[in-house]
Design a protein around this ligand. Structure first.
Ligand SMILES: Cc1cc2nc3c(=O)[nH]c(=O)nc-3n(C[C@H](O)[C@H](O)[C@H](O)COP(=O)(O)OP(=O)(O)OC[C@H]3O[C@@H](n4cnc5c(N)ncnc54)[C@H](O)[C@@H]3O)c2cc1C
Length: 425
């Protein structure tokens, strides 16, 4: 067991979870190397919610001023038919900011930028006794191999370098390579939910109700158009039912064909969405999977964010779990920097109840949310109308509160006080 007072941590993946973790680690004086497979930060993605514990984590990390600056104007969710006529509304204020649209919404890309700015600021101050920066952030690199013993983890990078670390954290998303190398194959931890999600930017259609997230349900699919930070553009969101098909992973043409087949001829703005999809430079497509890793510690390797826990974008909680997980892991490492193995055991135990709740899909499952037949789809539409009617609103509100973790507290950590001091400094 190492007796060094501060560990050297390797974080693989510079998404939300990886950069938020690095921010808190260097603020606590912990040397941190972050590697990202992409050549530059990946700014894409639609609006993400902050509520309850994730908002508190963002506050404690000092991110709220930046988030507020980029906060989206979003009034709520409106269900529309093939002609764009609304038949059900979930206004943000009727649900106290706890419905499908939360009080605080920010595009994923803007959140990536806010954390990157905080990280650059913290990095300028975080140096060791020799004046060397505590943060080493590298793009275009990934873990090629990983071997560990009781005292550390030896890493060979795809760039050809090798180095030993005290702790390795996989923050490399749903298809985490770190998880595969240290915990086992993806199939053991990721459960396909029977569909796919796609997100991209499109020109804003002229007749949309401004500042509302509009959604059209068709048999086996959902097409949404959501406000963007720039009113001239919107975010297209698609959820499509379909069988598990690994061959889709890196085939953009085949992915777009899945989307096309699902919404072609669906009326409303389906044609405009399909035309924009072909031009989009931020087209993102992935299978909807749930990730469960029962023990988040494999020796001196752990996971944060989608790599370790995800209920899929259907929960709206991916970013929340990433922020809460990063905050708690950093707090535990700051509490016992000389014993990272104990810190990651406490991290796993502290967040487990929160994750269990946050991974629940508010609508139940993809098959209930998006029935395939015309008849069941019409029934589902009628159900939306009833559930969003005034008398049933309190029930819907309770369902969202229970499903989206807003009633949960930020998991207590053994180092809250210590981290609050660094965050405020
Ligand atoms: C471009 C993009 C757009 C997204 N859009 C949406 C969206 O619109 N809606 C939604 O619900 N969710 C979206 N997500 C997922 C969402 O960001 C996560 O669910 C959530 O924020 C948790 O973040 P994370 O950091 O765990 O994972 P991610 O945000 O997926 O970040 C993982 C990071 O790890 C990097 N990486 C992957 N493999 C390796 C490797 N082998 N070595 C090093 N680095 C690696 C990735 O390039 C990425 O930067 C998007 C993710 C990305 C990357």
């Amino acid at each position: 067991m190492t007796t060094r007072p501060t560990p050297h941590v390797l974080v693989s993946g510079a998404g939300i979870a990886g950069t938020a973790l690095a921010l808190q680690l260097i603020r606590s004086g912990i040397r941190t190397t972050v590697i990202e497979r992409a050549a530059a930060p990946r700014p894409g993605g639609q609006a993400v919610d902050l509520r309850g514990p994730s908002r508190e984590a963002a506050e404690r990390m000092g991110l709220m001023p930046g988030i507020t600056r980029h906060q989206l104007q979003e009034e709520g969710l409106i269900y529309v038919d093939a002609h764009g006529r609304g038949y059900g509304r979930m206004a943000m204020e009727d649900f106290d900011g706890q419905g499908a649209v939360a009080e605080i919404e920010i595009t994923r890309g803007d959140l990536v930028e806010v954390i990157a700015e905080a990280l650059a600021e913290a990095s300028a101050l975080a140096v060791d006794e020799a004046g060397e920066p505590l943060l080493d952030l590298r793009y275009d690199d990934a873990i090629a191999s990983l071997t560990q013993d009781a005292d550390g983890v030896d890493i060979r990078f795809t760039s050809g370098r090798s180095r030993r670390f005290d702790l390795v954290v996989g923050a490399d998303g749903v298809h985490s390579a770190t998880r595969r190398l240290a915990f086992g194959p993806e199939e053991r931890y990721a459960t396909p939910l029977g569909g796919y999600g796609a997100f991209f930017t499109m020109p804003s259609p002229a007749d949309l109700e401004p500042d509302w997230f509009s959604m059209r349900l068709v048999p086996g699919a959902m097409l949404g158009i959501r406000p963007d930070a720039d009113p001239a553009t919107s975010k297209a969101i698609l959820t499509v039912r379909g069988p598990h098909d690994p061959s889709l992973r890196r085939d953009r043409a085949a992915q777009q064909e899945v989307v096309r087949q699902a919404i072609q001829g669906a009326g409303w703005h389906a044609d405009a969405v399909l035309a924009a999809m072909e031009e989009a430079d931020d087209f993102y497509f992935d299978e909807l999977v749930r990730v469960d890793v029962p023990d988040l510690a494999a020796g001196r390797v752990t996971l944060v964010g989608d790599a370790g826990y995800s209920g899929s974008p259907l929960t709206g909680m991916g970013t929340a779990m990433a922020l809460v997980g990063a905050y708690v892991l950093a707090a535990e490492l700051a509490a016992t920097p000389g014993d990272p193995a104990a810190a990651i055991a406490r991290y796993g135990a502290a967040i487990a109840p929160f994750l269990e709740q946050a991974k629940k899909i508010p609508g139940g499952s993809l098959s209930t949310m998006l029935p395939r037949t015309k008849l069941l789809s019409a029934l589902s539409k009628a159900n939306v109308k009833v559930m969003l009617s005034r008398p049933l609103r309190p029930l819907m509100k309770r369902m969202f509160l229970a499903g989206q973790g807003a009633e949960l507290d930020l998991p207590a950590t053994s180092a809250d006080a210590a981290l609050d001091r660094v965050s405020a400094a």
